[in-house]
Design a binder for this molecule. Structure first.
Ligand code: AHR
Length: 621
């Protein structure tokens, strides 16, 4: 931005802050109901300018809304002051895209104490915010790696990666995803990693320098389109041809990624939605106290090549978003079964929310069998329902039936448990918990609670083999324990998420361990039901669960709270089953033509024993 523009921008901010201070007094401009403060990390990168434009465009649709903007010019100190100033203006909601997670965490927590806070693009440490909206940067990196691996094929080649600003989370995440994928590609070597701070000109300079001292390279992958274009300009200047450029952002407009792909300058780019529009839509929902607001919304990324631009970008489902002739929506829901209190609460939530939303529900219970669920989905397709939703008993094996639903033009929503399918266009949206995080939180709570360097032996009761929560909770738990070598899982077995199976399996484990002369200190159960079953088995042999054996489990069901109050369970990590309102909202939003994120993550907590008594009464499941 030139100095003239910057000056004008500062005046604009000043005026808008001033304007904010005479809000609702109706002296000049029309009256308004809500004031939103937007704190931007910077307004120099094209992607962020686009974010700003989206916020303005969407905000302009709401007559009862005013928005004030601040620009931190990439300074964390300045952004902290910006947030404080906005709070002093009496904003009703804060939208903030933080410069730096650590530095901004305290002031954002301070804001969240008073008003709802939406984080855009970058998160903070912990969970002191209302909603995060942003891309999955690691996934974008992986997708770029996958594309480049396909581009170079068997012959392979050399790649240079151009990175944004050192230390910033999207830089680390994109690079991690990219390198992880490239590591599996035959004959492809990443020969250099060059930082260019997200800037076109810096990238041009750095690549000019690099090309003067190196042989050419096959692909330049830049973490944003501006830097990819800068690299291209360097090669043009030096008269070097034959290098393929891949960027990220996929923005429209001059010098945007779309134009670069259309002109054949880039081989590809990946869209990275800014979330500006979604932030305003959700801000209004939050301000209107709507139900079903998630904790995280992960936005969809799409590969753009000349071919996809010519043929049309693949959309998740048919373009036909009309519901039944009378405007009534018929939803077919294929449930996993009845294995736990969690599942019963989930079923109840879906049935109640459908009734309240005026959505006709065809509900089928899969009785823990994938084939029953697939049969139910086929029945829904045959009955031509408007929309299908299901929770996947196990992760794999859904591709065929999902393709059938897509071919029939029926949108699919996946709730609770994700599927293991590469083609994300087979469903509209996945909503549910972050199981990895639940595993991590269980282990984090455990190491803090135990606070020991003595050896700790753990028995793990896993959920259904092959199900996403069982896979991810195990990975997340083990990931944290890697940092604590004195913690060891000595036995791990599935209890299938059933209370009765948890009891049976624990009974057997106790006998086996005794026979081997082994003992354990901790039980990590992938759900509360199995932990409760195991508690019974432990008591039978004279163990005092919660005292002799520390127990941490997942879900946060009422019975777990009762066990905590009785001192038999030490911690329950929440996994929220009340997905009905969120699902109905998403279905209605979809038919109203609203763009939906690829993933919605539910808001969740950790409940140790000391909060159990206080919270039991308010537990809804
Ligand atoms: O998919 C969520 C898991 O399924 C819950 O943690 C478990 O109790 C349930 O049956």
């Amino acid at each position: 931005m030139g100095t003239g523009h910057r000056g004008a921008f500062i005046i604009l901010i000043f005026l808008s802050l001033l304007f904010g201070s005479c809000r609702r007094e109706d002296t000049g401009p029309p009256p308004f109901e809500f004031l939103i403060g937007v704190s931007m990390a910077n307004l120099t990168e094209p992607w962020r300018i686009n974010m700003d434009g989206e916020i303005k465009e969407e905000a302009a649709k709401h007559k009862n809304l005013r928005v004030v903007f601040t620009d931190a010019a990439d300074s964390s100190e300045r952004q902290i002051l910006d947030v404080k100033k906005l709070l002093a203006q009496g904003i009703d909601l804060l939208i903030v895209s933080p410069t730096d997670a650590e530095a901004l965490t305290p002031v954002i927590a301070e804001a969240y104490d008073k008003i709802p806070v939406i984080l855009l693009d970058r998160s903070v440490i912990g969970y002191d915010y209302t909603l995060f909206i942003g891309p999955d940067n690691q996934l974008i990196g992986k997708q770029a790696g996958q594309y480049i691996a396909e581009l170079l094929r068997e012959n392979g080649g050399e790649v240079v990666e151009i990175l944004g600003r050192s230390g910033s989370p999207p830089v680390t995440d994109r690079s991690r995803g990219f390198l992880a994928r490239i590591a599996h590609a035959k004959n492809i070597k990443v020969v250099d990693e060059i930082y260019a701070d997200w800037l076109r000109d810096k990238s041009e300079d750095r690549i000019t320098e690099w090309l003067r001292t190196h042989e050419s390279v096959d692909v330049i992958f830049a973490q944003n389109d501006a830097m990819a274009y800068g690299a291209y300009r360097a090669t043009e200047k030096l008269g070097i041809t034959g290098i393929k450029f891949v960027g990220i952002d996929g923005l429209p407009g001059p010098e945007g990624g779309i134009e670069m792909v259309e002109k054949g300058i880039f081989a590809a780019t990946f869209t990275c939605p800014t979330g500006g529009k979604e932030a305003v839509i959700y801000a209004m929902d939050i301000l209107h106290h709507e139900e079903g607001i998630p904790k995280k919304m992960i936005l969809r990324t799409t590969l753009l090549t000349k071919k996809t631009l010519e043929e049309g970008i693949p959309t998740p489902v048919s373009q036909n978003r009309s519901s039944g002739a009378d405007g009534k929506i018929i939803l077919g829901f294929a449930q996993v079964g009845k294995e736990s209190d969690w599942r019963l609460a989930n079923t109840e939530s879906i049935k109640t929310a459908a009734r309240e939303a005026g959505i006709e529900l065809l509900f089928r219970d899969g009785e823990q069998r994938q084939e029953n669920q697939i049969k139910a989905i086929r029945e829904f397709i045959e009955k031509k329902v408007d929309v299908i939703a299901f929770s996947a008993n196990v992760e794999s094996g859904w591709g065929e039936v999902l393709r059938e639903a897509k071919a029939a033009g029926i949108p699919v929503f996946i709730i609770d448990r994700p599927v293991d399918e590469k083609d994300e266009s087979l469903w509209v949206n996945l909503m549910g918990s972050d199981f990895l995080e639940e595993g991590r939180r269980s282990a984090q709570w455990l190491v803090k609670y135990m606070d020991t360097e003595e050896p700790v032996n753990i028995v793990e009761l896993q959920g259904t083999i092959g199900s996403a929560p069982a896979i991810d909770r195990k990975i997340g738990f083990e990931e944290v324990l890697k940092g604590y070598p004195n913690y060891k899982i000595i036995h791990s077995e599935s209890g299938d998420f059933f209370r009765s199976t948890g009891e049976e399996v624990m009974r057997r484990i106790l006998v086996e361990l005794k026979e081997n002369g082994e003992s354990f200190d901790v039980l990590f159960a992938h759900n509360d039901d199995m932990a409760i079953g195991a508690i019974k088995a432990m008591e039978e042999v004279g163990l005092r669960p919660g005292k002799d054996i520390v127990i941490v489990s997942v879900d946060g069901i009422r019975d777990a709270f009762k066990m905590m109050i009785a001192g038999k369970l030490n911690c329950s990590v929440e996994c929220n089953p009340l997905l009905g309102p969120q699902l109905m909202k998403a279905v209605k939003d979809y038919f109203a033509g609203k763009e939906l994120p690829v993933r919605i993550v539910t808001s969740e907590d950790v409940f140790p024993t000391d909060v159990a008594r206080e919270l039991l009464r308010s537990r809804k499941y």
